[in-house]
Design a protein around this ligand. Structure first.
Ligand code: PMP
Length: 328
């Protein structure tokens, strides 16, 4: 590559490289497993992770007893990915089933046998400036990366109500897992952290509770599990749906999906965030109101154990949520 120095940039642009151990050997893009360094995007490609770009966060969990790695709810995640692309009027060349197969192939290629994060992203690859992008090709990349689960570690977070309002369905719909929506999340997270909290909770235009910047929310009141409804301005979280079922079937709890007032959080017995990245993340306090005894609440703890055992295939039930990844 020849770099022509200019007055404004007298030195050649720095070449940014990653240490070998910082990234996996391969990623998948548009039909090919590529060496990490070869997966370049042109600098003019504005569609790359901006505006319309949509993504997913998916996990694979290893069973510590058998060593089997289980893809967790691949079908549900790639269905939602397809839904996000549809709502952006993208025309993907790969089906959810193909993308799930590809994810397993990539996990094998990278030798990721432990707990692994899988991050697909779709973008309008012909877009170089603002446009409707409807005639653009849709590119898809999938990246895998090991992660450390905090399930059952006792970790808790301090939360607050954000002054930022959650984007609404007629603005940037929270139902679409679109990169642009996360500017709303990011502003709330920055504010919360600068004010000494870990995770904000955003309200919607009507002042009702929605979710965290990248996770849904449950609260417990008098033994009843409550979560904001899917029309309150939340992502259609796959973890939320799984936990509702586990609460009912494994713990015999009543679950309510409904509008939630802010002050219900201040009097809740237990609160936790949930999501693929968040897993289950108990809240120790909200706006300086201690939640329960400030630790992991009793129902949260029981649910966390069930969830932990199901995702790792220690609990044999719910097998249609898990797909084994063969590394033989
Ligand atoms: N809400 C938002 C805004 C998120 O980014 C996420 C993470 N995907 C969630 C909720 C939780 O969704 P899921 O359980 O499908 O990961």
């Amino acid at each position: 590559m020849t770099v022509i120095p200019t007055a404004a940039t007298p030195h050649p642009a720095p070449v940014i490289t990653h240490a070998e151990e910082d990234h996996p050997a391969y990623l998948w893009r548009d039909g090919h497993i590529l060496p990490w360094a070869d997966a370049n995007v042109h600098a003019s490609s504005l569609g790359w992770s901006t505006m319309a770009a949509v993504f997913e966060g998916i996990k694979a969990y290893a069973n510590p007893h058998t060593g089997v790695q289980w893809g967790w709810q691949f079908a549900e995640h790639y269905q939602r990915f397809a839904q996000s692309m549809r709502l952006q009027r993208m025309r993907p060349e790969f089906t959810p089933v193909e993308l799930a197969d590809i994810s397993r192939e990539l996990l094998r290629a990278n030798g990721h046998t432990g707990d692994t994060y899988i991050r697909p992203l779709a973008w309008l690859s012909d877009v170089t400036w603002f446009t409707d992008g409807e005639s653009s090709r849709t590119s898809i990349v999938i990246i895998t990366e090991p992660f450390s689960s905090h399930l059952r570690t006792g970790r808790t977070v301090k939360s607050c109500i954000s002054t930022w309002i959650r984007v609404g369905d007629n603005q940037l719909s929270p139902r679409v897992k679109c990169i642009s929506n996360y500017q709303n999340s990011r502003l709330a997270l920055i504010e919360a952290k600068r004010n000494g909290f870990d995770q904000p909770i955003l309200l919607n235009q009507a002042g009702k509770v929605t979710e965290g910047p990248a996770s849904c929310l449950f609260l417990v009141r008098d033994g009843v599990m409550i979560t904001p409804s899917l029309t309150s301005g939340v992502l259609e979280s796959i973890t939320r749906t799984a936990l509702i079922r586990l609460c009912r079937e494994e713990l015999g709890l009543t679950v309510q999906e409904r509008d939630v007032d802010r002050t219900e959080l201040y009097v809740a017995d237990e609160i936790f965030f949930c999501g693929t990245g968040a897993e289950m993340l108990p809240v120790s306090s909200i706006d300086h109101f201690q939640v329960g005894d400030g630790g992991v609440g009793p129902l949260t703890s029981r649910l966390e154990k069930v969830f932990h055992d199901v995702v790792r295939g220690i609990h044999p039930g719910y097998s249609n949520w898990r797909t084994p990844v063969s590394h033989a």
